[in-house]
Design a protein around this ligand. Sequence first.
Ligand code: CTP
Length: 389
Amino acid sequence: MKIILGVTGSVAAFKALELGRIFIKNQIDVIPVLTKNSLYFVGKDSFESLLKTECYIEMFSKNILQKEPIHLKILRDADAIVVAPCTANMIGKFANGIADDLLSTILLSTKVQVFIAPAMHEDLWDSEAVQENVKKLKKRGVIFIGPEKGELSDLKIGKGRMSEPEKIFKEVYEFLKLREKFKNKKLLLTFGRTEEDIDSVRVITNRSSGKMGKAIFDTAFKMGFEISVIKGKTDFEFDFKRLKEVRTSYEMFETIKNEFIEFKPDVFIMNAAVSDFIPHLKEKEKIKKDKEIEIFLNKNIDILKEISKYKENTIFVGFALEDKDIFENAKKKLIEKNLDIIVLNTPEALSSEFTKIWILNKKGEIKEFPLLSKKEASLKIFEEIINVL
Ligand code: CTP
């Protein structure tokens, strides 16, 4: 395994040496990338002698004649990037697409998971601009570790201290272990809502935004899964090389069946919000408004239940959206749909950036989590998948 360790200009830069050493002791290769400002606090030689590897600072200079741009060479085979300490300046550049040195160019070019351990004075951390940038990056899936409350550089107590190297290591290591397990495994993922036609223009649907599914996709992609996506309607644009877009539950069912045979997933996550009811008699033309009408809704098929009859070795993960008797109902769905894991959530999660989840497994265990971003929640789901693998 290999990580890129970004170091920026903060007094906490010396702690990056310790962090790098912990990674190396745990058999993880470290490529240090230092910003010029970090050199006010630590030296290139310290990194090279303590981490026993070449350290990168310049974007051009000696590397200008190389065939491959230096940032791409550094990124090759990297499993994650950790920027510790990370200044307000680097957070701002990353959030706003500025690539004016080696580290910021690497950050903008990468598709691997980025961890940021901020270090700055509390006034800076609390500023509106920094908080907006942090929010932007979190939304893009960047994981923040800290900052912590403690003694700051001016001896005042406040929030802004970089987390201790041991804590940063543990969080990144957890992710790397998951990635090691899941790299090149196959995931079939569905998300988005279905639409059922009433007539040629009207549909019945639901309020699912697809954001949870997108968060699962982002996490799975960073873990190195080979992914196939089957997507209903979502509140955002989404594109991917193995993507099948569907509209009705019938199309979704047929597409899942085919993809199951063709793709042979190791893990199947059914996050799509499928309509439970379909209009009994679909009108071919637009119904005129000159009279009142009644629409009779038939019960739809349960896709997950049908597909799970053929599950064999695939791990099945379903969702349960409940607002009463939540545990009883979720347990019932886990059994009836023959699932390995069910993620229980409540209607508050619809369209939100955050979700309160419980994860239930076949062993009868129930794990409760605090309110999490959908990205954090998706990590918890993959941690649970490891337990049942
Ligand atoms: N699901 C499905 N086919 C349906 C309805 C739901 O495959 N026709 C899947 C969902 O994708 C989800 C799980 O089943 O993973 C549970 O969905 P949920 O809406 O919570 O429950 P339902 O089974 O639809 O039951 P109810 O609406 O009565 O709670």
